[in-house]
Design a protein around this ligand. Structure first.
Ligand code: SF4
Ligand code: SF4
Length: 199
C-alpha cells in the first residue's frame, strides 16, 4: 500500500474546531507505525490532539472496529476525526460515530494479491481522496462514471442508469449526509499523474 499525507491547507476548510482525534494504521503491514505516527503528530501540530489510535491489519474489519470504538471514549471529545489510512476507514467511521471524518491522506496504490485489511476493499486507490466532499461516500467506487460534481442526470427513480442499484448521489441526499452548502463546494480536478506516473 502507498499513501501520501495531504497538505493540511487542502483540508483545513473541512476541519471543524481544534480538537482532533487521529486514526492511523500500519498500511496493511507495509509501514512502521512509530515512524509514521511521529510524522502525523508533526503534520497536525497546529491542532489539539485528543488521541490517536493505530489500526493494524488484523483489526481492520467491522467487528473489531466496533469493539475498539466502544473503548475509545476520548473520540467523543474530538470535533473532527482525521484518518491517516486508506480511503476505506473514513467511509466506515461515520456509520458508528457522528463526527466529521476527513481523510488526511491520499491512497496512491493498493497492491493486488496481498493479504489486506477488509476496509481496503472499499478504496480503489484513486490517488486523491475526495470523499470529504461527498458525505464520506466514495464516488470513485460507487459511481460507474466516477462523477465528481453531482450526478450525471441519467438516473431513473433514483436508480443508476448503468447498474441496477441506487445512485450514490441519491443516497447522499436521502440520508442528508451533506448540507446544500457542502454540496455546492466544487470538487477540484484530479491530478492523474499521481497514479499514472508511479513506479
Ligand atoms: S476517493 Fe475513494 S478510491 Fe479515492 S482514495 Fe478516497 S476512498 Fe479511495
Ligand atoms: S446514475 Fe448516479 S451512479 Fe449511475 S452513473 Fe449516473 S451519477 Fe453515477
Amino acid at each position: 500500500m502507498r499513501l501520501e499525507f495531504k497538505n493540511i491547507e487542502e483540508i483545513k476548510e473541512f476541519i471543524k474546531g481544534n480538537k482532533i482525534f487521529v486514526f492511523s494504521c500500519d498500511e496493511c503491514g507495509f509501514k512502521k507505525v512509530e515512524e509514521k505516527n511521529k510524522k502525523i503528530l508533526d503534520h497536525i501540530k497546529d491542532y489539539e490532539l485528543i488521541g490517536i489510535y493505530t489500526l493494524y491489519k488484523e483489526e481492520c474489519n467491522v467487528g473489531n472496529f466496533v469493539k475498539i470504538l466502544k473503548n475509545l471514549e476520548e473520540v467523543n471529545k474530538a470535533e473532527t476525526i482525521l484518518t491517516f489510512t486508506c480511503g476505506g476507514l473514513p467511509q466506515i467511521i461515520p456509520n458508528y460515530i457522528k463526527k466529521f471524518v476527513i481523510p488526511a491522506t491520499n491512497t496512491l496504490k493498493i497492491e493486488a494479491g496481498r493479504e489486506l485489511g477488509s476496509f481496503a476493499r472499499l478504496c480503489s486507490a484513486c490517488g486523491e481522496c475526495w470523499i470529504h466532499y461527498t458525505g464520506n461516500l466514495c464516488m470513485e467506487k460507487l459511481c460507474p462514471k466516477k462523477m465528481r460534481n453531482g450526478p450525471c442526470g441519467g438516473s431513473e427513480k433514483g436508480m443508476c442508469e448503468v447498474y441496477k442499484r441506487l445512485c450514490p448521489w441519491v443516497i447522499l441526499f436521502r440520508n442528508k449526509r451533506i448540507s446544500e452548502e457542502e454540496f455546492l463546494k466544487i470538487v477540484p480536478p484530479k491530478d492523474f499523474s499521481k497514479i499514472l506516473l508511479q513506479e
